[in-house]
Write a protein that binds this ligand. Structure first.
Ligand SMILES: [Zn+2]
Ligand SMILES: [Zn+2]
Length: 144
């Protein structure tokens, strides 16, 4: 695991620091797209002296190099994603849960070149909106 993270960092020309390793490692263990605040609390278990500012800066560097993606569908608060493979998201409007959707057809769209002349697409994201199972259940019980 650690070797792989080191390889990832080096492949993007980034130096290997304990902060970067800790942030990447903690994110890789999560599938819930945490906020910077949550990442800060998580990584602090491993690196107690780390500041929020360092976490934030580390995330920015990792995002710039494509090792982490920022998911920001609903609110001002960015959510971070440690899985860098191309995937879609499903977002719950109520509790803001962000779920990964690994469904090829959602990602297979490509923009016809004549639609936006001169524009070179280098990324796309697909988001489905709705209510997660937990929230649907809560809504039914609240209505009763
Ligand atoms: Zn929900
Ligand atoms: Zn994701």
């Amino acid at each position: 695991m650690k070797d792989e993270l080191i390889k990832k960092l080096r492949s993007r020309g980034l130096s290997v620091t304990p902060q970067r390793l800790a942030v990447l490692g903690w994110l890789a263990s999560r599938r819930d797209h945490p906020t910077a605040e949550q990442i800060f609390h998580g990584v602090r278990q491993e690196l107690p002296a780390i500041s929020f500012n360092t976490i934030y800066k580390t995330l920015e560097v990792l995002c710039r190099q494509g090792l982490v993606t920022k998911v920001n569908p609903l609110h001002e608060v960015a959510r971070y994603d440690g899985s860098t493979h191309h995937h879609a998201h499903a977002v719950c409007r109520r509790c803001q849960a962000i779920l990964d959707v690994d469904w090829e057809p959602a990602l297979a769209l490509s923009l016809p070149a004549d639609l936006l002349p001169g524009f070179r697409v280098d990324g796309q994201s697909v988001t489905f909106w709705g209510l997660c199972a937990g929230c649907q259940e809560k809504l039914t019980t609240e209505e009763e």
